[in-house]
Design a protein around this ligand. Structure first.
Ligand SMILES: NC(=O)c1ccc[n+]([C@@H]2O[C@H](COP(=O)([O-])OP(=O)(O)OC[C@H]3O[C@@H](n4cnc5c(N)ncnc54)[C@H](O)[C@@H]3O)[C@@H](O)[C@H]2O)c1
Length: 267
């Protein structure tokens, strides 16, 4: 534990589980307080399993205790990142509660898999809405506040699927390539306010996405996917994603970058 982010507040979306949870904990270990955004209910939308009740806020509430145990403050916000009004409300509440947001991590994301001819329009819409529009909506809500404070750091979670195509993931790849376009554009727009914008491209991290969607779709054990996709021969951890988020959040001279933590998958 160090104090690289001492006195700062980070908002992390999709913080209840998986990579978002790992990033939130790593930021807290480095000294940040955490506004943890996730949601229990998706209203009229759905996630990758067709569920509208997803229990993410409940998971983010449990994270509060873990962050408290690290000696940092945390609060959970029930917010679907694809819902503009809910996003505005959550960002306003977090700014009030923590007296500002210094770091934003746009991590919330969903995935489905299916070849082009079988991909439902609703699947396309859901994946683009959460992964790409959600990143835009939360950034749009937080950026004016960072501009007023003349500083901040935005970290977007893209994917190796934002740098190469994968059969069966047209909508997901499109969303993650879009996130990289958004990252570069926001970096260019916000640089004059001393706000950095960068992206993490995770390789293969064993979360619900792999367990419930990708491994069944690829019809082979998870370990075989790791062997075939990752030259360095092992999967990546949520802590490794958190370490890169800390790097971006604490280096004010690095912006517009997309860094893959992928064991060489893009080689
Ligand atoms: N797992 C991997 O191998 C991998 C690889 C590359 C990129 N990613 C990206 O990492 C990010 C996190 O994925 P993960 O693997 O941890 O998945 P996950 O399913 O374990 O966690 C996703 C979290 O986001 C939340 N969420 C989903 N929809 C939301 C919404 N509309 N509003 C708010 N929160 C919402 C979920 O409740 C959950 O807590 C995603 O953007 C994903 O695309 C993952």
């Amino acid at each position: 534990m160090t104090d690289a982010l001492d006195g700062r507040t980070a908002m992390v979306t999709g913080a209840g589980r998986g990579i978002g949870r790992g990033i939130a904990l790593e930021l807290a270990r480095e000294g940040a307080d955490v506004a943890a955004v996730d949601t229990d209910s998706l209203g009229s939308a759905h996630n990758q399993y067709g569920d509208t009740e997803i229990g993410g806020y409940e998971a983010a509430r449990e994270l509060e205790a873990e962050i408290d145990a690290l000696g940092r403050r945390s609060a959970a916000y029930d917010c679907d990142v694809s819902d503009a009004a809910a996003v505005e409300e959550a960002v306003e509440a977090a700014i009030e509660e923590f007296d500002g947001i210094d770091v934003l991590v746009n991590n919330a994301g969903i995935i489905t898999a299916g070849f082009l001819g079988e991909l439902e329009e609703a699947e396309w819409d859901a994946v683009i809405d959460v992964n790409l529009k959600g990143t835009f909506l939360v950034s749009r809500a937080v950026a004016p506040h960072m501009i007023d404070r003349e500083g901040g750091s935005i970290v977007n979670v893209s994917s190796i699927a934002g740098r190469m195509g994968f059969g069966g993931l047209a909508h997901y790849c499109a969303s993650k390539w879009g996130v990289l376009g958004l990252t570069e554009t926001m970096a260019a727009e916000l640089a004059r306010f001393s706000i950095t914008v960068n992206a993490i491209c995770p390789g293969v991290v064993e979360t619900a996405m792999w367990e419930n969607v990708l491994t069944p779709f690829m019809d082979r054990p998870y370990e075989e996917s790791v062997d075939s996709l990752i030259p360095l021969g092992r999967d990546q951890s949520v802590e490794e994603m958190g370490e890169l988020a800390v790097y971006f959040a604490s280096n004010p001279n690095v912006t517009g970058q997309a860094v893959a933590v992928d064991g060489g998958a893009l080689l």
